[in-house]
Design a protein around this ligand. Structure first.
Ligand code: PMP
Length: 363
């Protein structure tokens, strides 16, 4: 019997098997219409019902009040890197960008095209060579920023900032790689955004959760109409044709999450998976992870081999053992195991077993 395939890709990433099976089952005949969900109008009663239910389920999952609008948009998280400063920065104000890795750095760089940015590097290296997030008291903060942008989970480096961010300004969080994996209080944020292709669905859609009162601080006079958050909220994210198939798959993921026990259950599973893999890595002198324990990501676990000359062989043998997508980001090298909501604990067990076996044979 061949081993099941476990997909550790960082994104686009593995989706729950039950969701994929449901999508397969309904592919050619959705809700007895005799056609696929991707072939119908986004303005049809059936699709509108899907959109309404998806939003209601996301509200339930993250306990989102009516003070917030939820938008289902095109353009990826990268578009939000522009759309946010475009709407909020002007010649006289400033935004604070906390920088803890590649994606937060890219967000800050893009914002600088639109206005004044105070980018604060918040990661340092301790005496054991481990990277950690510095104490917020040591950050050189802006006096009265229009907003503070940060990235609670840096997907490439595997750095996590848990808990409530200390800030007196509206907080905007890029939760692309951690949304729906842990309990958060949405009321702590003016805006949350996340690309779909990790914990939400396939690529092609970005979810934006935005406090309606925050619209008052935005200026949309110079932005294309589809980038006008307030207008999108008014029109149910349908100023133009939305990414209907991705939205549909996201709706199946939300249903699956509710059936599984919601975000609290996802958080327990994420902790269990991550603790298991980090414990193994820490106990073994052949593998290592360069992040201080308090800032280790639960979703993206980078690790390096003591001999990087074996990287290619490791990936080749892993692939042959049906463990796919373990190559680290091209900017950092090494390996990375992404353990999103859809990853069963058995996937982590299979990876650990493979790592131990690889070390015995080749180290
Ligand atoms: N932010 C984070 C934290 C990410 O991991 C990524 C990569 N998926 C992005 C932004 C960019 O996302 P997209 O490719 O959807 O623009």
């Amino acid at each position: 019997m061949t081993n099941p395939t476990y997909n550790f890709c960082a994104g686009p990433a593995a989706l729950p098997k039950a969701v994929m099976e449901k999508a397969q089952q309904e592919l050619l005949n959705w809700r007895n219409l005799g056609i696929s969900v991707m072939e119908i109008s986004h303005r049809s009663a059936e699709y509108q019902a899907l959109a309404t239910t998806a939003e209601a389920n996301l509200r339930k999952l993250l306990n989102i009040s009516d003070d917030y609008a939820i938008l289902f948009l095109h353009g990826g998280a990268t578009l939000q890197f522009s759309n946010i400063p475009m709407s909020l920065l002007n010649a006289t104000n400033e935004a604070e960008y906390l920088s803890n890795g590649m994606w937060s750095g890219k967000a800050a760089k893009e914002a600088r095209r639109y206005g004044n940015v105070n980018e604060i590097e918040i990661v340092a290296t301790d005496s054991e060579g481990r990277r950690f997030v510095t104490d917020s008291g040591s950050w050189s903060r802006s006096d009265n920023p229009a907003y503070t942008h940060y990235t609670p989970n840096e997907t490439i480096e595997g750095i996590r900032i848990g808990g409530k961010l200390p800030a007196n300004s509206p907080v905007i969080a890029d939760m692309s790689s951690c949304i729906l994996s842990e309990n958060i209080d949405v009321n702590d944020y003016a805006m949350i955004y996340a690309g779909a292709q990790k914990n939400i669905g396939p690529a092609g859609m970005t979810i934006v959760i935005v406090k309606k009162a925050f619209f008052e601080q935005m200026n949309f006079s110079q932005v294309p109409r589809v980038f006008n958050y307030q207008e999108q909220a008014k029109q149910g994210s349908m100023i133009n044709t939305p990414p209907t198939y991705t939205w549909y798959l996201a709706s199946l993921v939300f249903e699956w999450l509710l059936e599984q026990g919601g975000v609290a259950e996802m958080e327990q599973r994420a902790i269990a998976r991550a603790e298991k893999l980090y414990s193994y890595i820490d106990a073994d002198d052949f593998y290592s992870n360069p992040i201080a324990i308090k800032n280790r990501s639960r979703m993206n676990i980078p690790f390096i081999l003591a001999d990087n000359g074996l990287d290619g062989l490791f990936l080749e043998k892993a692939q042959a053992a049906n463990l796919v997508g373990l190559k680290g980001h091209r900017s950092v090298g090494g390996m990375r195991a992404s353990l999103y909501n859809s990853m069963p604990l058995e996937g982590v067990d299979a990876l650990i077993e493979f790592m131990a076996d690889f070390k015995r044979k080749y180290a």
